[in-house]
Design a protein around this ligand. Structure first.
Ligand code: ADP
Ligand code: ADP
Length: 237
C-alpha cells in the first residue's frame, strides 16, 4: 500500500507541531522518521493512524483521500494501517491469544457470523501469527507475565492479524534493551521482506534507523529537513 502525505499541518494552540509536511511512501518501503524530541514525529504518527485530525492538508492511501471516506469504506481503509507502540498497548490481564484476537478487522457484514466459522478461522490464524513471531508457547499466558520483547512480539502478531498494508512502528524498541530491540527490528525486517508490508518507523535511535530502513525522513520543528537514502545522511538532524 502506498501513502501520500500532502501539505499536512497540525497546530496545537500556538504550537505548529507539523508545518506543511509533504512526502510519499511507496508500497514495500521501510522508512524511518527521525528527529529530536518535539520535532513532530508522534503527532505525524497519530494523524496517520487516525487518532488525531490534521489542521489542514490531506493523506492519500493508494491514491484515495482518507478524509473523503465515511462509514464502512473508511473503516476498511483504517484497518489497513496497523500500529505498534513503544509501550505495546496490550491488555495485560488477557492472554496473548486474546490480545491478538482483539485486533479490529474489516467489517465483513452478515456473513462474518455464519456458523461461527469466521471465529474458528480467526483463532487458527492468530495461533499461526503467534508462531510466526515466536510466541506460540505463550499463547495462553497472560501478557503481564511476559518480558518486554515478548510483549512487542504479541503486539506485532496483533498488528499482522489485520493484514495491514502499512505498519506504523512508533518507537517500537524504545523501552527495550539494545539486544532485545535488535531482535524486534530483525523480526520487523523479516516481516517486511516476506509479507511485503510497507513500514514507517519512528525512532530516536539513529543507529537502528540507519541499519534497518532504506530511507530516512528527518523532521525538525515540524518541517522535513532531510529525505533520502540512509547512506546519504551526512549531518545531524
Ligand atoms: P516528537 O514525537 O518528535 O517528540 P511531538 O509530535 O510529540 O514530537 O510534538 C511536536 C510539538 O507539538 C512539540 O512542540 C509538542 O510540545 C507539541 N505537542 C504535541 N502534542 C501536543 C498536544 N496534545 N498539545 C499541545 N502541544 C502538543
Ligand atoms: P513522545 O515520548 O512520543 O515524544 P511526548 O512525551 O512528546 O511523547 O508526549 C506525550 C503526551 O503528551 C502526548 O499525549 C502528547 O500529545 C502530549 N503532549 C506533548 N507535548 C505537549 C504539550 N506541549 N502540551 C500538551 N500536551 C503535550
Amino acid at each position: 500500500m502506498n501513502l501520500q502525505i500532502q501539505h499536512v499541518k497540525k497546530e496545537f494552540n500556538h504550537t505548529m507541531a507539523l508545518a506543511d509536511v509533504t512526502f510519499a511512501v511507496s508500497q514495500g518501503e521501510f522508512v524511518s522518521v527521525i528527529g529530536p524530541s518535539g520535532a513532530g514525529k508522534t503527532t505525524l504518527f497519530r494523524i496517520l493512524n487516525g487518532m488525531l485530525p490534521c489542521t489542514s492538508g490531506q493523506i492519500l492511501l493508494d491514491g484515495i483521500p482518507f478524509q473523503s471516506l465515511h462509514g464502512r469504506q473508511k473503516r476498511r481503509l483504517q484497518t489497513s494501517i496497523a500500529t505498534i507502540y513503544q509501550d505495546f498497548c496490550l491488555v495485560e490481564n488477557s492472554t496473548c491469544l486474546e490480545n491478538v484476537l482483539t485486533a479490529s478487522l474489516p467489517d465483513l457484514g452478515f456473513f462474518s457470523g455464519v456458523l461461527g466459522l469466521y471465529g474458528k478461522n480467526r483463532e487458527a490464524e492468530a495461533l499461526q501469527l503467534l508462531d510466526r513471531v515466536g510466541l506460540l508457547d505463550k499463547a495462553e499466558e497472560p501478557v503481564k507475565n511476559l518480558s518486554g520483547g515478548q510483549k512487542q512480539r504479541a503486539a506485532i502478531a496483533r498488528a499482522l492479524m489485520r493484514h495491514p498494508g502499512i505498519l506504523l512502528a512508533d518507537e517500537p524498541v524504545a523501552s527495550l534493551d539494545p539486544v532485545t530491540g535488535r531482535q524486534i527490528l530483525e523480526l520487523l525486517r523479516s516481516i517486511h521482506e516476506t509479507e511485503g508490508v510497507t513500514i514507517l518507523m519512528n525512532s530516536h535511535n539513529l543507529e537502528f534507523s540507519r541499519e534497518f530502513s532504506q530511507r530516512l525522513i528527518g523532521l525538525r520543528d515540524g518541517k522535513i529537513v532531510f529525505d533520502g537514502k540512509t547512506t546519504e545522511l551526512t549531518e545531524e538532524i
